[in-house]
Design a protein around this ligand. Structure first.
Ligand code: ATP
Ligand code: LTN
Length: 326
């Protein structure tokens, strides 16, 4: 039987946090054992907000390095920068012609981000480019965090509409969302998701943060006015978020964490969470430090070359369907 194709992307905005890691990246890494995986640093998605070009170029390389350090294996998976494969934007244009503006108006990420940053066409059509990323390779499955569910639904809608109008071309991609970790919450506001774009740095822990920073951020993490370490999203979101982070990083069950730290006070518990996070991230940090920039740049070029070849084969079929071939 042919192996299923997995596709996912991450924006190179320079600050990959444990939400990205526990919600998406860990699944990316695991899936490599079984599937044909394609992973993309989605640089075109990232330029929808104002950036300093020199810094952005540096951040993009660092994102590629961090992903490799976290376990993305360029020898097993196709791994590259989105902008180096022009078939993504070509397909995005074609899909854009069958996307209703009403549908784009309903995208919650667009609404949130345009409120904060002011709007532009790139931000508006962002989900169409994401659909193109996925459909370009006829991906069957897409490992993402909870916040991307709506974008995946749009992708499926567009696949269906295209197939209906031009003939069966795209399979329906399924999201792969972890049962736990799909929505790691902000350390400062446990009712909001941990986010790259939150201006408050204390709200997140980055996968490359040093142990002191990790400890400091966890000490400052918002909890509640009780003292009991108990898993309860409704009543104790701050503590529950920390329990979940610890459980995911150590493999220890929620129940055993509750038993061990239940009445010992938040200070002791936070120290234990910090130990777990420091230990869990240490291998990524040291792998990142050992990496050679030029070698990673070379790997990304090789990845783009292979991706272009593969994408072009698929794109020819799309052009034919739409009447753009020959
Ligand atoms: P922003 O919050 O600024 O929109 P982001 O962190 O969502 O940025 P990406 O880097 O593109 O943006 O996300 C990469 C992956 O991480 C996606 O699959 C996304 O669903 C997942 N992810 C993002 N935030 C969280 C979170 N707090 N918990 C779990 N998964 C998350
Ligand atoms: N919008 C996604 C990033 C992204 C993506 C993709 C994820 C761009 N293209 C294709 C999965 C598949 C986000 O996480 N903000």
């Amino acid at each position: 039987m042919e192996r299923k194709t997995v596709f996912s992307g991450l924006q190179p905005t320079g600050n990959i946090h444990i939400g990205n890691y526990l919600g998406a990246l860990r699944n990316w890494v695991k899936l490599q054992d079984e599937y044909d995986c394609i992973y993309c640093v989605v640089d075109l998605h990232a330029i929808t907000v104002p950036l300093d070009p020199t810094q952005f170029n540096r951040d993009r390389l660092d994102a590629a390095k961090a992903l490799i350090a976290a376990g993305v294996d360029p020898e097993r998976s196709l791994f590259y920068y989105q902008s180096q494969v022009p078939q993504h934007t070509e397909l995005a244009w074609i899909l854009g012609t069958i996307t209703g503006t009403g549908q784009l108006n309903r995208m919650t990420q667009f609404k949130d981000k345009s409120d904060r940053a002011g709007s532009n066409l790139g931000l508006y059509s962002y989900p169409v480019l994401m659909a193109a990323d996925i459909l370009l390779y006829r991906a069957d499955a897409v490992p993402v965090g909870e916040d991307q569910k709506q974008h995946l639904e749009l992708t499926r809608d567009l696949a269906e509409r295209f197939n209906h109008r031009f003939g069966d071309e795209f399979p329906m991609p399924e999201p792969i969302i972890p049962e736990k970790g799909a929505r790691v919450m902000s350390l400062q506001d446990p009712t909001a998701k941990m986010s790259k774009s939150d201006p408050d740095e204390n709200s997140r822990i980055l996968i490359l943060d040093d142990p002191d920073t990790i400890r400091k951020r966890l000490k400052r993490a918002v909890t509640d006015s009780e003292t009991e370490v108990r898993y309860d999203w409704a009543a104790k979101p701050g503590v529950t978020n920390l329990i979940e982070i610890m459980s995911l990083l150590t493999g220890e069950s929620v129940q055993s964490i509750e038993t061990e730290y239940g009445t010992g006070g938040y200070g002791t518990f936070k120290d234990a969470v910090a130990d777990a996070v420091v230990a869990g991230l240490a291998p990524i940090r040291s792998a990142f430090r050992e990496m050679d920039d030029a070698e990673v740049a070379r790997l990304m070029q090789r990845g783009a070359l292979d991706a272009r070849t593969r994408a072009e084969g698929f794109q020819q079929a799309v052009r034919k369907r739409v009447g753009l071939a020959g």
